[in-house]
Design a protein around this ligand. Structure first.
Ligand code: SF4
Ligand code: SF4
Length: 529
């Protein structure tokens, strides 16, 4: 029987979430959720490390938790204690890190209250503010354009999305006029005074450094002329960074994310040069130079199968700069293609994640920060009551432009012509766009019965597409790994409350410094990303 349509379920009293009791969790009144866990009146009872965490799915709050007979609850002070800049949604691919998605909206800028002002609001007002912010996101206004500046690369990673899409490494580079039209697409979409993001992707973007320089200069000029704002990011393999390029990134506030797959053994299994030689030593050296010169470092790892040394790799990243706390990192599971993570792999990787969580709980107890986005994202979302109805902005607030000017929902879809969305000459294909707008987490099975839906947003559309041939149906390995990450994050959330009655400074948002606006005299936005 479908629990949602069960007469027993419908007859439940409308108790407030905080009034949920053990008795209410009698067998007769339990709703079974997508992962087999249970909820009553929308409050899920999650279990991790012997702790019960009671989480109200729609209100998106942790109601209480319990260790043995000892009960804890979050207090209003907990929200006050969280760094106010840690807002927004995230993306599994590191493409669309938290905040950048929303940076395209004026409303988002307005959300970035000075810390004191945010703290002066009541707990309820803070929650209402966060919800308003995320309602704005549902307007689907374009705010990010990814430029797939080339399809050439000096690496030959086995899991590369170019390979997944059946694209050979070619020598194509985006012509300047296509790049300029892509910038115009963004500028046109922004409201008066609004902010947008240009993201450089490839291939390896720094193989098209001259084009990147042109785009930054052109977008800056157009932003100045129109009174709008544009910020920039680049995802790079890191191998071509040198003093000049690092200085250029600093001068132009281009936020850099470097791909490095964990420790040497994990990285060099698949991330190799065209010659077949490993890339780890070079990239780590360049990354540390970047850290030294730019003052921050953001690393992103792709996890392929169980041989990836997840615990050791992430623990190593956590120690890269000792107490300076300037290195942020996250891992993403490769769920499609020949090196993808299977259910059996996931079991081992989940154990790794549990061991990592234990190590980092000890760090928290010593007053150190956590800088691992996989755990900090659910913590931040819980602290701020931030709901994520979509996994990302793909096809709605974000599009990617191929070297030839074709528009796709995001960089991973480039070359997937079934989902092409027009081109920079003719603009969006409205029909395809609607499919992404409709792909909201409450509107599809099994997400509408999943307790983690507002942390997740329904999974990566690309992973869904390559698993099921449609963007809606989910990837079950993702669901298993993701829900586990959220549980670990919520466990840490409750630990922080137990330690401090709050979490001042303990959570790092995992995103490095804020990029600033690249526009005439426009003030730099206090960017969340
Ligand atoms: S895709 Fe996300 S929201 Fe949907 S069932 Fe899986 S974990 Fe839950
Ligand atoms: S659909 Fe694209 S942008 Fe969205 S999470 Fe997947 S890879 Fe990232």
């Amino acid at each position: 029987m479908n629990p949602a349509t069960s007469p027993k379920f419908k007859m439940l009293p409308m108790a407030s979430a905080t009034a949920v009791t053990d008795e209410a969790y009698s067998e007769a009144s339990v709703q079974v959720l997508a992962d087999g866990s249970t909820a009553i009146n929308g409050v899920a009872k999650l279990e991790i490390f012997g702790r019960e965490i009671w989480y109200d799915i729609e209100r998106h709050v942790v109601v209480k938790w319990r260790n043995g007979g000892v009960e804890g609850r979050p207090g209003p002070e907990s929200v006050d204690e969280v760094p106010a800049q840690t807002t927004c949604t995230d993306c599994a691919c590191g493409t669309q890190e938290a905040g950048t998605q929303e940076a395209g909206t004026q409303e988002a800028a307005e959300f970035r209250y000075p810390r004191q002002e945010f703290q002066n609001r009541t707990y309820q007002q803070q929650h209402a503010t966060a919800e308003k912010f995320f309602d704005v996101e549902s307007e689907h206004r374009l705010g990010i354009v990814e430029l797939h500046v080339n399809d050439k690369c000096n690496f030959r990673c086995d899991y590369c999305y170019l390979k997944s899409a059946g694209i050979e490494y070619l020598d194509n580079e985006m012509p300047r006029d296509v790049a300029e039209k892509s910038v115009e697409l963004l500028i046109d979409a922004l409201p008066p005074g609004g902010s947008g993001v240009v993201k450089f992707y490839g291939g390896e973007p720094f193989l098209s450094y001259a084009l990147m320089r042109h785009v930054v200069s052109y977008a800056g000029m157009r932003a100045g002329e129109t009174g709008k704002r544009v910020v920039f990011t680049v995802n790079t393999n890191g191998s071509l960074l040198n003093d000049e390029k690092i200085q250029w990134c600093k001068d132009n506030h281009v936020r850099v994310t470097i791909s490095l797959d964990g420790n040497e053994e994990s990285n060099d299994k698949y991330r190799v040069y065209a010659s077949g030689n490993g890339t780890y030593k070079t990239v780590l050296r360049k990354a540390l130079t970047f850290l030294d010169e730019a003052g921050y470092l953001m690393l992103r790892s792709t996890v392929n199968e169980a041989s990836f040394q997840l615990k050791d790799s992430m623990a190593e990243f956590g120690e890269l700069d000792g107490a300076n706390q300037k290195v942020k990192f996250q891992s993403d599971f490769n769920l499609v293609g020949k090196t993808h993570v299977t259910h059996a792999d996931a079991d081992k990787l989940m154990i790794d994640h549990e061991q990592l969580a234990m190590v980092w709980v000890e760090k928290l107890k010593r007053g150190e920060k956590i800088r691992y986005g996989n755990f900090t994202e659910p913590m931040i979302k819980a602290f701020y009551t931030i709901k994520t109805p979509y996994r990302c902005g793909a096809g709605r607030t974000l599009v990617s432009v191929s070297p030839k000017g074709a528009i796709y929902p995001c960089h991973r879809f480039v070359g997937v012509d079934d989902l092409s969305m027009g081109d920079v000459e003719t603009g969006f294909d409205g029909r395809q766009r609607q499919e992404f707008i409709d792909n909201r987490v409450e509107h599809k099975e099994p997400c509408n019965k999943c307790w983690a839906r507002y942390f997740c947003g329904g999974g990566c559309a690309f992973n869904n597409y390559f698993t099921n041939a449609n963007i809606r149906d989910t990837n079950s390995v993702h669901c298993k790994l993701f829900r586990h990450e959220v549980k670990l994050g919520l466990y840490m959330y409750t630990e922080l409350h137990e330690m401090h009655s709050g979490a001042k400074g303990a959570v790092s948002d995992g995103r490095g410094p804020a990029p600033v606006a690249h526009a005439g005299a426009a003030e730099a936005p206090a960017h969340a990303g």
